[in-house]
Design a protein around this ligand. Structure first.
Ligand SMILES: O=C(O)CCC(=O)C(=O)O
Length: 295
């Protein structure tokens, strides 16, 4: 355990790994965010790190204050990292997410995948609400998101833990914390996960250590909203065909409600399918050879 790991009464609520989706949803309703401790074992963390490290090494730091000048970010985690698929479909998390977003959609979908490595000397990111990615026209009556940040390293007070403002999901849009006492650091051990909604104020923390803080961000949204990360480009059909159908559907390779999301094959006349649900793309060719099997 890091000597900087310092929990006190002002922390976010922590729940144990055997908690329930109900308890998670209640905590997020009340505080805007919650931590579930120790969901991943050491072997999973080691494998994840090995899968993500080459991409993090190869990428440059950000080029603006929001992304962080000493922070590296990589996407397409589902395509690049088999272990991140297990995180994206973790039963506790997906149950809590679909339950939390159920009042606003008939299914949730994966919205965003990113590994964020906050480096030595990075300053605190501006506090923001994730729902801002769609601009400011979406009514607050609709909660847009269920977000997760999995700690790949310990998140300590000093190494750039996510900062979050409990209760701010109920604040007026322009209200900011009056002072630092209203901001909490999401300190947690590697293998734990921070879960929060799209309306609570939060941001990456300042890293005053010589060590990187690495988090794996996997966010979910309503199946009728445009995803922040384009899943069909980050994980195109050639790769998606090798994934579990449940994960593919979560990524958007399914109808986004009763109708949206059908496709037709862009090939020669009479070939392929018309107005078909995305799942058809991954079906095997029929015995007559007329099946889509386009990927
Ligand atoms: O990495 C973090 O702790 C939070 C990052 C974040 O909120 C963002 O980049 O939008």
């Amino acid at each position: 355990m890091s000597p900087c790991y310092n929990r006190d009464v002002s922390d976010l609520l922590h729940l144990p790994a055997n908690t329930s989706p109900d308890a998670i949803c209640d905590a997020i309703d009340e505080h805007g965010g919650v931590i579930v401790d120790n969901l991943l074992d050491t072997e999973t963390l080691t494998t994840l790190e090995a899968e993500l490290r080459p991409y993090l090494e190869a990428c440059d730091s950000g080029t603006n204050a929001f992304a962080g000048f000493r922070t590296k970010r990589i996407g397409a985690l589902i395509a690049r990292s088999p272990t991140s698929r297990r995180l994206a479909t973790h039963p506790l998390v997906t149950s809590a997410s679909s339950q939390y977003l159920a009042p606003y959609c008939d299914h949730h979908q994966l919205h965003f995948s990113q590994a964020v490595a906050i480096g030595q000397g990075e300053g605190a990111q501006m506090l923001h609400r994730d729902r801002g990615v769609w601009g400011s026209t979406l009514t607050r009556a609709v909660e847009t998101q269920f977000s997760t940040i999995w700690a790949l390293t310990d998140f300590t007070h000093e190494n750039g833990p996510t900062r979050i403002v409990p209760g701010s999901h109920r604040w007026e849009k322009d209200r900011q914390p009056a002072d630092d006492d209203e901001i909490v650091s999401a300190e947690m051990r590697a293998g734990s996960v921070l879960l929060y909604n799209g309306t609570v104020l939060h941001g990456g923390g300042e890293n005053t250590t010589i060590h990187e803080r690495v988090g794996v961000l996997l966010h979910y949204t309503l199946n009728w909203l445009r995803q922040e990360e384009n899943q069909y480009l980050s994980c195109p059909p050639e790769i998606a065909k090798g994934l579990d159908p449940e994960l593919r559907a979560l990524m958007g390779y399914t109808l986004g409600g009763p109708v949206p999301g059908f496709y037709s094959t862009p090939g020669a006349p009479g070939q392929g399918v018309e107005l078909a649900p995305p799942e058809r793309l991954f079906e095997r060719a029929t015995a007559s050879g007329t099946g889509p099997d386009a990927v």
